[in-house]
Design a binder for this molecule. Structure first.
Ligand code: ADP
Ligand code: MG
Length: 559
């Protein structure tokens, strides 16, 4: 495997900036409209940013040799610690190329030996047959520097978000009403809502409730606020490989720590895979049928299967009860017994863990919809149930950001304040003033349809075009989208390793905090933070998915 280390530092595609002020829209004065409790506009990106002095934390000066050594992670520029100004004197180019090549080589060997792998898209059976056509998952060579206080904040809110999802999911009316207009223009959401309605009609009770979530954040450079990108409640990816990449970084920091001047303890170990396996096992115990199995619902072809196998592998060590089925197979082999037990291929199912079913492409025919409905009807524990799934939609995220909505679901005022602090600006397209502003300054917004899985959002000038087109098409179509404040994280140079090659580029990062929640009637059995996922992408890319090919897996170096 060739380890080419090319440096490709394009002119930084900087965040677009301007010195506008937003009009005082109804969104900022009307307590019933969609707006943030904090006036984000005032603190948003209205001026040109300066390069962050982040590098100050990254390098130390070896005073004897007067040679700067990398203290950790990555940076675009560097300055001498304790220097009076932030004049950059070295960038990553000056990091010894031989050292980088050696680390890349070691990292590639480590990844292959430790299962940091995905299916290779160039090999036909790599998405169906384990062990065939594997390639290392894309990763950042070194962990990314992240402020410890922000990390702690994200960890602290994880159990509150778990609880919020549970509470919101209980309010069927809120979910149906909030999504009622989206239903008219979005066929996929409409089908999900139909299943939800059917469950409401029969008054279906989900007594055992399992959520395996991930709340994603970006650290806004200007405001230093950690703002939530989205809350994933279905098929949250990379608990497996995310855990492994943290170990890769810890191994590199141990081996090269002397050269890098890093402290391996600054990279927290990541137990996402174990925590999620543990939560699945505990749910299985609650179901209380020793013969029943855990069923992973999978896509027919899944190049990210090893991420999933990490969880199954952990589980199987103690509970040898896990099967993998596609939605089509579940339709063919599934039936419900009179007592509500779901049988698939003769196995009673205790827990259904969805790693498919979140996108329209997962439902190519009526068979898959029938399977989803069948599962929902059954007594199996669904991770997620249809109501947990709907709670994770972008429209609900926007509704929850409206004033006085969190208060309906959470009692503790401090908890509410903590959640609200990480909400970015979110608006419905019915807010004419904000739409005007977005048409004028589209680069300050992201437009999002009700989709998951990456590659669906609208950015930059396309936001203007899309909004103008919607104006012509009439109001109905507005409900398919939400508008969100664009977050501008600090960009800095990093080494990205993909397909055996390493290249240096400007990059930004997104931190995901996993959360696990399990409740049986009134008894909360699990409500915890469950590890993390750092994803890093070249800053010229708008989207951030690893599987979608935009980002690499990464971990944290806390400072
Ligand atoms: P998906 O469900 O497709 O993952 P997301 O809301 O997570 O949708 O958006 C996909 C990616 O787009 C994110 O991972 C992030 O990189 C980028 N993104 C989303 N929202 C914003 C935002 N408000 N500001 C900046 N980037 C964003
Ligand atoms: Mg996302």
């Amino acid at each position: 495997m060739g380890v080419g280390c090319s440096s490709s530092l394009p002119p930084t595609v900087n965040n677009p900036h301007c010195s506008i002020t937003f009009p005082h829209t109804s969104a900022h004065t009307n307590p019933t409209s969609n707006h943030l409790p904090i006036n984000w506009l005032a603190r948003a990106h209205l001026q040109k940013p300066t390069k962050s002095p982040i590098s100050k934390r990254l390098f130390t000066l070896d005073s004897a040799r007067k040679t700067p050594t990398l203290k950790c992670g990555r940076t675009a520029q560097m300055e001498i610690e304790g220097g009076s100004d932030s004049k950059p004197i070295l960038d990553l180019h000056s990091l010894d190329d031989n050292l980088v090549q050696k680390m890349v080589y070691d990292a590639l060997v480590w990844s292959s030996l430790h299962g940091l792998v995905v299916g290779d898209r160039n090999v036909q059976r790599s998405g169906t047959v384990p062990g065939v056509g594997m390639v290392h998952a894309p990763f950042a060579l070194l962990p990314t520097v992240f402020p410890e206080n922000q990390w702690k904040l994200a960890c602290e809110v994880a159990p509150i978000f778990n609880e919020l999802v549970d509470r919101v999911s209980l309010d069927g009316k809120f979910l149906q009403e909030s999504l009622s207009r989206t239903k008219k223009v979005d066929a996929f959401t409409s089908r999900l809502l139909d299943i939800h309605s059917k469950m409401l009609e029969i008054n279906k009770k989900e007594e055992i409730r399992l959520g395996l979530h991930r709340s994603d954040y970006m650290l806004d450079e200007k405001t230093k606020l950690l703002l939530q990108i989205e809350l994933n409640t279905i098929s949250t990816s990379f608990p497996g490989l995310g855990s492994v990449v943290s170990e890769l970084h810890r191994s590199l920091l141990k081996n090269y720590g002397e050269h890098l001047g890093c402290d391996v303890n600054c990279t927290p170990s990541n137990d996402a895979a174990n925590r999620f396996s543990e939560a699945l096992a505990k749910a299985w115990i609650e179901y209380n049928n020793p013969k029943a199995v855990i069923m992973v619902v999978v896509q027919p072809e899944e190049r990210n299967m090893y991420d999933q196998h990490w969880l199954s592998f952990n589980l199987k060590e103690r509970y040898p009860f896990m099967i993998r089925k596609t939605m089509a197979e579940i339709d063919k082999e599934g039936e419900i017994q009179p007592d509500g037990t779901l049988l698939v291929g003769g196995h009673a199912i205790a827990v259904i863990y969805f790693r498919a079913g979140y996108a329209p492409t997962d439902y190519p025919s009526e068979a898959e919809w029938r399977a989803r409905l069948l599962m929902e009807h059954s007594s199996a524990i669904k991770c997620p149930s249809i109501s947990y799934h709907l709670t994770g939609t972008k429209k609900i995220q926007q509704e929850l950001a409206k004033p006085n909505v969190l208060e309906k679901f959470i009692d503790n005022k401090e908890d509410i304040a903590k959640l609200r602090k990480c909400f970015a600006g979110l608006w419905s397209l019915d807010d004419a003033d904000i739409v005007d502003t977005a048409i004028e300054k589209p680069h300050l917004f992201v437009m999002k349809p009700q989709r998951e899985g990456g590659g669906n959002n609208i950015y930059g000038d396309d936001v203007r075009e899309a909004l103008l087109r919607l104006r012509k098409d009439g109001k109905e179509q507005n409900a398919a989208y939400i508008l969100m404040q664009r977050i501008f994280p600090t960009d800095s140079a990093t080494f990205l390793v993909r397909d055996g090659s390493c290249h240096k580029d400007h990059a930004v990062s997104e931190l995901g905090i996993y959360g696990a929640y399990l409740r049986n009637k009134d008894k909360v059995i699990v409500n915890e933070r469950s590890g993390y996922l750092m994803r890093t992408k070249v800053s010229s890319s708008n989207e951030g998915g690893v599987a979608a090919g935009f980002a690499v897996l990464d971990s944290l170096y806390l400072t």
